[in-house]
Design a binder for this molecule. Structure first.
Ligand SMILES: Nc1ncnc2c1ncn2[C@@H]1O[C@H](COP(=O)(O)OP(=O)(O)OP(=O)(O)O)[C@@H](O)[C@H]1O
Length: 602
């Protein structure tokens, strides 16, 4: 006998089957439309401006169709063609009730389809950040998007690949690595390495952000780093959402600090997995708390967006609206080093928009892409930097290597050893000791040659910053070389004159080791009043004459840190007396009129 209940069950099953059949017909119809639309899409031109050298990169990653989406045969509505992303929202004509596609195409700096692996993405846009950080810069990788779009999946793999890359050979020599990982939920922050202990975000008088109580661990190898990363991801706060059974309801920030032992310059890499943006109506059924959580997440994302825009404006050199509102949310306060317009550190930002592929996620996916589009709109207004052979900051790694090959003297310095992956802008910022160390890896290259190459690069760089009128004036240049070509033929020790620069070797007063110094000859000591004091406060022995002739009163040449120690300040008021026997060679130097520094010629 059939009961009322059985009847209701049968009826609802029938209704469901009917709905499913309707949905399948609609899906099939939609897929047909998309197929036709895509057939007629105009081809995408290849990118005019390359990613290399950009301060902010906006990229998109399309997630593959997964589990239920495949089982339910959900139609795909987002596609990637070269570096463009197409979305195909559908609308029904009011009169005819016929479906129509409203196709939109967005061209980010990079777009990755569902078949692209995280390794490929890492090599493309994250590995260059590591090079930047190893050279004392600040770099950030941010993944954002709708809940379930693949942010955590991507960032956790990127963290692992980064920890391997940092400890693999070329990046790490002579450096130390530190790590902290925190999660931000609303206004509270928790240390994911230290068992989720609460930490406080504070600002000091100088507006620097401090994370009080965070455990920063020293990392010796990639295995330890991977263990901390695993531990942190297990502690991450998750909840069930419509789209993801383990949705991250917090922002996770992993900071890797890389510093060169004994050097002040510290590089910082931030890998950020942002909480999934959800639409408020999707969260209503999960209660008040969840609604509040979603509001907080969306508000911090909106502040982040304003900060990205302001950074793009600041990068473009626009003074208008240069204020970056990073104080408006905890997230952007922690990420202040990225957005700080007052910082003179190199600061690179990669924003990866993660998008789900199916029609049912098209609404939030389109909003994610709109967010990326708005950011890119700002970034794209930044003037693309065209290659200029006289402006080192415009050189790519290949262009830099070719400059090194042609301009580093004999023997030519190996570009792969001096600049394995650096661009022109990065090599300029390279520490002088490291520059020299890298040059010395090429057989037969001397320290003097290394200094001279760095000097040449710096001269070109400072020259490129001058107005054209000054450039012409300084093109005449001032060199310490003997002006008379006939006199130049004479052995240098027999033609010493005021203004000549010499290298002399003297034991270091502390270590006793012989050290090479540079000095500019002023006069011989017999021409000096007997009351004159040298730079050590000692009275100059004006009668002292050695077997080769007189001793010389010289001005000291002091390396200038602001020029990567490659430019020298001639301090004629800080005098030393140099014995002819201590002099080892003449050094030809060029004076840069703008900086008033002397640079060694190759
Ligand atoms: N490229 C991918 N390849 C295979 N599986 C993926 C990929 N991206 C994401 N997934 C899977 O999709 C599911 C959701 O991904 P994930 O948790 O990374 O999303 P999310 O954007 O971080 O979501 P939420 O913001 O809710 O945390 C996971 O099961 C993940 O393994």
């Amino acid at each position: 006998m059939t009961t009322t209940l059985d009847f209701e069950v049968e009826q609802s099953a029938e209704q469901k089957a009917k709905q499913l059949a309707e949905k399948c017909t609609k899906n099939a119809e939609y897929e047909k439309l998309v197929k036709r639309e895509r057939f007629f899409l105009a081809p995408v031109a290849s990118k005019a401006t390359p990613v290399a050298g950009k301060n902010t990169i906006i990229a998109v990653r399309l997630r593959p169709r997964l589990g239920e989406e495949k089982v339910n045969d959900e139609p795909q509505a987002v596609f990637v063609r070269r570096d463009a992303v197409d979305t195909h929202p559908v609308r029904y004509e009011v009169r005819s009730r016929q479906p129509k596609l409203d196709t939109h195409t967005f061209s980010p700096d990079k777009a990755y389809d569902a078949d692209t692996t995280t390794e490929q993405i890492f090599d493309d846009i994250v590995n260059p950040l590591i090079t930047e950080v190893c050279n004392g810069g600040v770099a950030t990788f941010l993944a954002y998007g709708q809940t379930g779009s693949g942010k955590t999946h991507t960032v956790s793999q990127i963290q692992k690949l980064a920890s391997k890359a940092i400890f693999q050979g070329k990046h790490l020599a002579g450096r130390s690595v530190k790590l902290w990982i925190i999660e931000l939920a609303g206004n509270s922050a928790h240390d994911l390495i230290n068992d989720g202990k609460e930490v406080k975000i504070r600002e000091d008088w100088f507006h620097n952000t401090h994370i009080r109580g965070v455990l920063e661990v020293d990392i010796e190898n990639s295995k330890t780093m991977l263990e901390y990363i695993e531990k942190a991801s297990a502690l991450r706060r998750t909840s069930v959402t419509d789209k993801n059974s383990a949705s991250s309801r917090s922002h996770a920030i992993c900071r890797i600090q890389i510093s060169r032992k004994g050097q002040e310059k510290v590089g910082e890499l931030y890998l950020v997995d942002l909480a999934g943006s959800e639409v408020a109506r999707d969260t209503v059924e999960y209660g008040k708390q969840r609604f509040k959580e979603t509001r907080e997440i969306n508000s911090s994302l909106s502040t982040l967006y304003k900060c990205i825009q302001s950074k793009a404006k600041a990068d473009a050199g626009s003074r208008k609206n240069a204020r970056v509102p990073f104080r408006e949310s905890v997230l952007t306060r922690v990420l202040k080093p990225i957005f700080d317009p007052g910082s003179n550190l190199g600061c690179k930002l990669v924003v990866l928009a993660c998008v789900a592929p199916c029609l049912e996620d098209l609404g939030p996916g389109s909003r994610t892409l709109q967010y990326a589009k708005d950011c890119r709109g700002m970034v794209a207004r930044n003037k693309p930097v065209a290659y200029d052979c006289n402006v080192p900051t415009t050189w790519s790694n290949a262009e830099l290597k070719s400059w090194i090959r042609e301009n580093s003297g004999t023997p030519p310095i190996n570009g792969d050893l001096l600049a394995p992956s650096e661009s022109g802008a990065l090599i300029i910022r390279l520490d002088a000791h490291e520059f020299e160390e890298r040059c010395l890896k090429t057989d037969g290259v001397s320290s003097r040659q290394a200094i001279a190459v760095q000097s040449k690069l710096w001269l070109l760089h400072t020259d490129s910053k001058k107005p054209r009128s000054e450039k012409q004036a300084s093109a005449i240049g001032t060199t310490t070389e003997e002006p008379n070509p006939i006199t130049r033929e004479i052995f240098w020790k027999e033609r010493i004159r005021p203004g000549m620069v010499v290298e002399y070797v003297r034991p270091d007063p502390q270590s006793g080791q012989p050290v090479a110094n540079l000095a500019m000859v002023l006069s011989d000591v017999t021409a000096v009043s007997p009351t004159t004091l040298d730079c050590f406060g000692q009275q100059i022995d004006t009668l002292g004459i050695n077997e080769m002739g007189v001793r010389f009163l010289c001005g000291t040449l002091v390396p200038c840190g602001a020029m990567g120690n490659s430019g020298f300040d001639a301090q004629v008021l800080r005098q030393v007396t140099v014995d002819l026997n201590e002099m080892t060679s003449e050094v030809i130097m060029t004076k840069d009129e703008q900086t008033r520094l002397y640079f060694v010629e190759i």
